[in-house]
Design a binder for this molecule. Sequence first.
Ligand SMILES: Cc1cc2nc3c(=O)[nH]c(=O)nc-3n(C[C@H](O)[C@H](O)[C@H](O)COP(=O)(O)OP(=O)(O)OC[C@H]3O[C@@H](n4cnc5c(N)ncnc54)[C@H](O)[C@@H]3O)c2cc1C
Length: 511
Amino acid sequence: MTANPADTLAPLSRDFDQFSSVHYDVIVIGGGIQGSCLLYEAAKRGLRCLLVERGDFGGATSWNSMRILHGGFRYLQSMDLPRLVDSVRERRWFMRMFPGLVEPLQCLMPLYGQGLKRPGAFKAALRINRELTKLEGRLPGEAKLPPGHVITPSDVAQDWPQVPTVGLRGGGIWYDARMLSPERFIVHLLRVAQSMGCASLNYCSADAIETVEGSVVGVRCKDVVSEKEYIFHAPIVLNAAGPWCREICSGVAVDRPELFTPMRAFNLVLDRAPLSESAIAVSAQGAESQTYFLVPYGERTIAGTAQIPCDADDHTEVPAQQEVEQFLNQINEAAPGLDVSPVDVTCVWNGQVSACYAGADVASDKPVVIDHTEYGGPTGLISVSGVKYTTARRLAQRVVGLLPGPPVAPLEDVRCDERISDIPGYGEQTLGADIADLMQRIVENEAVVSADDLILRRTGLWQDPASVLENWDVIANAMSLAGDEALQQRESAEELFNRLREPWNTHGAGN
Ligand SMILES: Cc1cc2nc3c(=O)[nH]c(=O)nc-3n(C[C@H](O)[C@H](O)[C@H](O)COP(=O)(O)OP(=O)(O)OC[C@H]3O[C@@H](n4cnc5c(N)ncnc54)[C@H](O)[C@@H]3O)c2cc1C
């Protein structure tokens, strides 16, 4: 199948009564990228599936990623070649699936002479990377990402004028890809699955896994909007609840701590012009110092990723104000000329990732899949805990391949033909009366429950709060809001914008 205009895909609807009358093959819990890929891959194999998400689709960790499709160049440091190959393949898959919503990202690492940070070592790494990237599965006619090269100190200074030059021996350039609108990826995957006979429900919390005689028979859920309870039936439940995946199993299976060991992570979107056209790797002087990335984001700069160790039972996703301030000090030290302060933070992307071990500040690189039957849990309950947005589809394929039944050749991928310039809030598509029809179509087709969903997770409007508040009538009309309800949702949007800037003052971004 080739490109599909979004409007030819089935709409997402919140038809709890209809969906609860169906007997499914599989229920997926969690509508982040992992759950969405599971639903999509299962749908492509002809399985009848339902996905339930307690907040809005893609509203938790997946909304907060740094939006980089990692080709895994840095895995050369640990010589984890299988992971590198998986990553380049998955990066290629996203580029093929969402050609109008992914773009190449040039990255620059100044080389000061340790480890991979020596020009010779970097060149050797690029050679290996070039060979392994040949395994990415690029199809005829698909553009290659440039292979990367090593540049001289004066070229580095041209690219990044404020680069610290003491000891600078050159710069390594390599290429990755970035997601311009990951929220659209999730909507697309869910709508394709819906078009194949599956269903997805947002604002539907999975409250208990129902079992009979040691086997899964379904999930008891609540419509968070109406507070009505429903039981959805299926013999298999795929638990893809991200940082909450261990909670889902409590009551029916013994806890498996290896599923998720909490660690906080965040990125800052800064109201600062990029220091360079490249995403630059910066680290303060000193062998032990962390490397961070400063990534150009239009007129702004993304800085991250800060990783904060947590206790094993600390499930706070939101960084403390002090943690953000400390991180700003670190990047000011690492990137002379940046000179940022808390007032420059326009958005904090924060969430939890699984750490290598309790209390570590290093993220795990190993996805975990647990079939709870093997640990005395019910038959049919499988938990899936991924480590990267980039490799979520690969993990989903692996898990769907484990499901009982004869192997089935999957249907072909259904590509997304949206372009970033079509999405309100990104590029030139600003909010105004001229896009009223488009906004209405999004509301009608994409299970928009609140204005927050529309602003944050269907469009890029969250990037320009002033325009949203000035043109509130366009949002209100699209959502058929009037009177007090329109006012209330406007107030809620104002709170949302504050929360994006200072999540520690409230209960976090996203859901
Ligand atoms: C700051 C940060 C930066 C990152 N940057 C990158 C990057 O640049 N590139 C990359 O590849 N990866 C990145 N990652 C990692 C990536 O974002 C995650 O691996 C990925 O988003 C996890 O997806 P998920 O679906 O497993 O989890 P989530 O997105 O958290 O989804 C789990 C969902 O389950 C739902 N849920 C929980 N309990 C229930 C329930 N009872 N009933 C129904 N639903 C429930 C939640 O509401 C949530 O939406 C980053 C992560 C962080 C935190």
